[in-house]
Design a protein around this ligand. Sequence first.
Ligand code: ZN
Length: 271
Amino acid sequence: MPELPEVETTKRGIEPHLVGKKFIGSTLRRLKLRIKFNKKELEQIINKKIVSVTRRAKYILINFSNNSTLLIHLGMTGTLRISNSSKYLKHDHLIFHLVNKKSLIFNDARRFGLAQIILEGEKFNMLENNGPDPFELDKDWAYLYAKMSKSDASIKSILLNSKIISGIGNIYACETLFESNISPLRPGKKITEEDAKNLLKNSKAILKKAIKAGGTTLKDYLSADAKPGYFKIKLKVYDREGQKCKKCSDSIMRIVQNNRSSFFCPSCQQS
Ligand SMILES: [Zn+2]
């Protein structure tokens, strides 16, 4: 599943091909994605200048000069690529044509992703419900501390609660907790101010590393097979059940919390 680093990498990959350009037409092969693509608003984005490509949580926003936005979420299996071929692949659902036979293509095998045109002043609830991501929080650990310190939920489930903080995802939550020496089982209300500072700092460092790793594969974003960033960074606990901890010699454990695997070192990470 594309996590924040893959979404950011995708955004950076398509951005130089789009900013200052226009979509001159579209080929819509399938409208029914997670929600139906609202093609009746197409004229609001076709032949309108693209002024920026931004990211909010795990949404990519292509912003036009008339303040309309094409919002895209990659879901479980979605990809965006710039193509200069007129041959389409299986699951290429939405194609937005640029000049010089180039196009932006949204491909999604499982169709949990979505694309939606948002007009000026409109709100999109699925986006509005997302809390800030670690980069948006920047140094505001006090926000995290305030949310955590009144919660009985485990720190792991708080880090995965996108209403509180978005974009961390299961893999990076495990890695962040390991770097911070905090057990995934510890209740939010037992998090100290120092812990909150460390969690924010470490989550940003890990996500940055993954973005950097993903970014290096994307010098030329004309190919569709860029691998997610986490294939490129050395994970310290995720998917390492039974293997030796990188800090001590204990074995990494796996437990299931909220139907998701948590990997951690029972010696280094205190509950
Ligand atoms: Zn350890």
